[in-house]
Design a protein around this ligand. Structure first.
Ligand code: KG4
Ligand code: ZN
Length: 311
């Protein structure tokens, strides 16, 4: 059994996962409400909240169980937020004389596919679309991945969040747009799908197109067109993601990350392996899952391990 700890952004999470990929427990304390009034994650506020939540969240996930190792997200993410999880993991591993497994958050998202009952076997091509990253990955085994393409500017989830803000919707915006889009006409506006060379992505032009569409509207007009704007905007993001995934020519494809929760994206990829809804947005079960394939650093070597903001 492995304890996973995740604090890279605004979810304080801990989970226990068995060696065979069974989720024994998974606790996610979202701070979304705390950040909503700022329209985005405030790093310092996130760090402080992680500090308050980490001990009770880990205790709830452990619930008296003993584990053989502690896996923790060490990169990439908000540095202050990451440090809370890494410090807690070190302290716990040290106290129990357990090995510690540093986990790359992006590998964690991919490893959400390795949990039961899905238990996906590589090889496959993976679209990772979250608030911080949008990548195409070549996954040949469970220990890692090779990057085929990445975003040149905003991540897909960031495009959802910024779009939601322009439309006057709440944070996090992906879910808000997803819900509102169901009431709108996705063909009402023709938003651009960027065509950059290779397998990379770009979403900044789309965001600007929405800004132009919105800024000429009165408050009443915006209220009347909001659902159409949301539906058309979502359609453009989904098309960009699906086109790029198809451009790889891959037969076995998978989708992970917060944006994988999007209902239109899921419907557009009926053949793909999709991360289960509860495991799309940040959680610690995926971190413990990745930990099964990571290097176990023995006590006391891991005491020098550090968090890193970048991948
Ligand atoms: O993976 P995640 O929880 O955190 C990062 O690693 O970044 O992804 C969060 C992102 C946010 O941008 C959020 O708006 C987006 O995932 N998201 C969605 C949906 N649910 C969450 N985007 C589109 N549709 C959704 N249903
Ligand atoms: Zn994430």
């Amino acid at each position: 059994m492995i304890l996973g700890i995740e604090t890279s952004c605004d979810e304080t999470a801990a989970a226990v996962v068995a060696e065979d990929g069974e989720i024994v427990s998974s606790v996610v304390a979202s701070q979304a409400d705390l950040h909503a009034r700022f329209g985005g994650v405030v790093p310092e506020v996130a760090s402080r909240r992680h500090l308050e939540l980490i001990a009770p969240v880990v205790a709830e996930a452990l619930d008296g169980r003993s584990v053989e190792a502690v896996a923790v997200t060490t990169r990439p993410g908000l540095i202050g937020a990451l440090l809370v999880g890494v410090s807690a993991a070190k302290a716990l591993a040290w106290a129990l004389r357990l090995p510690l497994i540093p986990v790359d958050h992006l590998h964690g998202h991919v490893a959400s596919l390795y949990l039961k009952p899905l238990d996906l076997q590589p090889p496959f091509t993976c679209l990772l679309a979250s608030g911080g990253h949008t990548m195409l990955l070549d996954v040949s085994d469970r220990s890692g991945y090779r990057v085929l393409g990445t975003t040149l500017d905003d991540a897909a989830g960031e495009a959802f969040d910024k779009g939601a803000r322009l439309l006057g919707l709440g944070y996090p915006g992906g879910r808000e747009i997803d819900l509102l889009a169901r009431e709108g006409d996705p063909t009402a506006y023709r938003f651009p799908v960027a065509r950059v060379p290779g397998l990379d992505f770009s979403f900044s032009g789309l965001k600007t197109a929405l800004l132009y569409a919105v800024r000429d509207l009165t408050v009443d007009e915006l209220a009347a067109r909001r659902a159409d704007l949301a539906a058309s905007y979502q359609r453009a993001i989904v098309r960009a993601l699906v086109e790029r995934l198809e451009a790889t020519g891959a037969e076995r494809v998978a989708v992970v990350g917060g944006v994988a929760a999007n209902s239109e994206l899921r419907a557009a990829l009926p053949e793909a392996a999709l991360a289960p809804l509860a495991l799309c947005t940040d959680n610690a079960a995926m971190i413990a899952s990745a930990g099964r394939y990571g290097e176990r650093v023995p006590y006391p070597d891991y005491l020098v391990l550090d968090a890193r903001a970048t991948a």
